[in-house]
Structure formats: C-alpha cells, structure tokens
Design a protein around this ligand. Structure first.
Ligand code: PXP
Length: 259
C-alpha cells in the first residue's frame, strides 16, 4: 500500500509567524528518503496554509509525484493545469471549516465539475475525487470518467476516536455521538465494512482507490488491511508526531503499519 504524506501542516506552522520557518521544501527529501510514495498538498482557496509560491517550488524541486488537492472552480483548475502535478484530487471546500469535512457531492450534471475534469485530463493530469464511501458517489465518479477516487475515512476515524479515547477525542471541539459504547462499536464495524465493500466495488469497476482523513497511528491497522485501498494520504498525525520524533521517523513509524 502506497503512502502519500500531506505536508500542509508544515505550512500551517510557518503561517503562524509568517516567516519561512519551517521551510516546506526541507520536507521533500526527508519524505522521499523515508520511503513515502507521494507528496500531497492542498491549495485552499483561502490560502490558509499552502501558498501559490509553495506549489511552484514544490513542483520544481520534488522528485516524488505531487498529488494536488483543490476545489473544482476555474481559478484553481487553471493553477493546477499550469503547475502540472501528476494528479489532482478534487475536494469540497467551505471557508469556515477547520478541515475538509466531507466528500464531494458527485453529480454528473454539475457543469463546473465536468469541465474541471475534462480540462485536467486533456492536459494529461490524472483526476481523483474525494468522496464519501457510498455506491452513488462511486457510480457517478465512474460516469465522470475519473481514474481515481479517494474515500473519506473521517467518519471511521471519528467513531474510533470516541471509542478508544485517542488524542482527537479529547479535544473540546469534537462533537461526540451520544451513543452507548456498544452502539459505537457496531458503528465502527459498520464504517469499516462500508470502506471494504465500497473499495471492492470501485476496484471491480476499474477505479483506483485511495483513502484518507483522520488516519493516525492508532486507527490505521484495520484500514491498512483493506486490499482494495492501494494508497493512503495522511497528514495531521504524521506532522504532529514529527515534532517529537522528526519527520523521517514519523514516516517510518507510519510505514510499519502499511502492508
Ligand atoms: N486526503 C484528503 C483529500 C484531505 O483533504 C486530507 C486533509 O487535508 C487528507 C487526506 C489528510 O487528512 P489528515 O490530515 O487528517 O491526515
């Protein structure tokens, strides 16, 4: 299973002081040497972390393939095309959100989405859609002709956090499901089964399947054992651990969980 390391949070730290420290470019060789397979970055419309200049420098200097996440709108697609990453993952974006909160609504009659996919593919850029794990989104993704889908693992991660009290669950802003422990366990199994079934279904239809969001050193094991998921994109947990262990070790630690 391949690992894409999302390095946005290095830019989050830098933007806190608006100086070039840490320099995101320093991450490129470390991620590569630690054996990750791709760099993932999200150029948000509000530019809260990754900046246009980062994208340019990363494209110039990375020897790993770049998976650029962005919204479907024309301004972003034009930037993506002129940067020429190997893949663009289209994600939904709301300005007020803390992070990408759900999958894209995949509607075959969405002209903006259709145009974005056509323009990117015309330039030879692979397109992935970040979607919730459901049959309808897979069918629509197939109809839209994309090569990849990335399954949103946020729901699985949230339930896992509520059950096993990892770091995320103790944050004051996490909305807890008011469910007894037994029901949370059932829900966790249900979310895992859903990811298994949907990734199998998508693979059988010829889509390549990635997954990500909220994955960490505690909740990764069962997700990493799903055969039809061939790539995980992980950011927050790796960058958080890197503060204490260094980025190289944090990536090695994550890789030991992947088959
Ligand atoms: N994949 C996609 C499409 C994302 O938007 C994000 C978050 O930016 C990630 C993966 C990584 O999520 P996390 O930072 O929670 O590991």
């Amino acid at each position: 299973m391949d690992l894409g390391v999302n390095i946005d949070h290095i830019a989050v730290l830098r933007e806190a002081r608006r100086v070039n420290d840490p320099d995101i470019i320093d991450a490129l060789s470390i991620v590569k040497l630690a054996g990750a397979n791709q760099i993932t970055i999200h150029l948000r419309e509000d530019r809260r972390h990754i900046q246009d200049q980062d994208l340019k420098r990363i494209m110039d200097l990375s020897s790993l393939p770049i998976n650029l996440e962005c919204a479907k709108y024309e301004e972003m697609i034009d930037i993506a095309i002129s940067s020429n990453p190997h893949r663009v993952t289209l994600v939904p974006e709301k300005r007020e959100e803390v992070t990408t909160e759900g999958g894209l609504i995949v509607d075959e009659s969405d002209k903006v989405l259709v145009k974005a996919i056509e323009k990117l593919q015309f330039k030879g850029i692979e397109v992935s859609l970040f979607i919730d794990p459901c049959v309808e989104s897979i069918n629509s993704s197939l109809a839209l002709g994309v090569e990849w889908i990335e399954l949103h693992t946020g729901e699985y991660s949230n339930v896992f956090a509520m059950l096993y009290g990892n770091l995320a669950s103790s944050h004051h802003s996490i909305k807890r499901l008011e469910l007894p422990r037994k029901d949370l366990e059932i829900k966790l199994r249900y979310e895992l089964e859903k990811l298994k079934e949907i990734s199998k279904y998508a693979t059988e239809l010829g889509l390549k399947v990635a997954a990500g969001h909220g994955l960490n050193y505690q909740n990764i094991t069962d997700i990493a054992s799903i055969d039809n998921i061939i790539e995980l994109n992980i950011g927050q947990s790796i960058i958080a651990r890197s503060i204490f262990t260094g980025l190289h070790q944090a990536i090695l630690d994550m890789k030991t969980n992947l088959s």
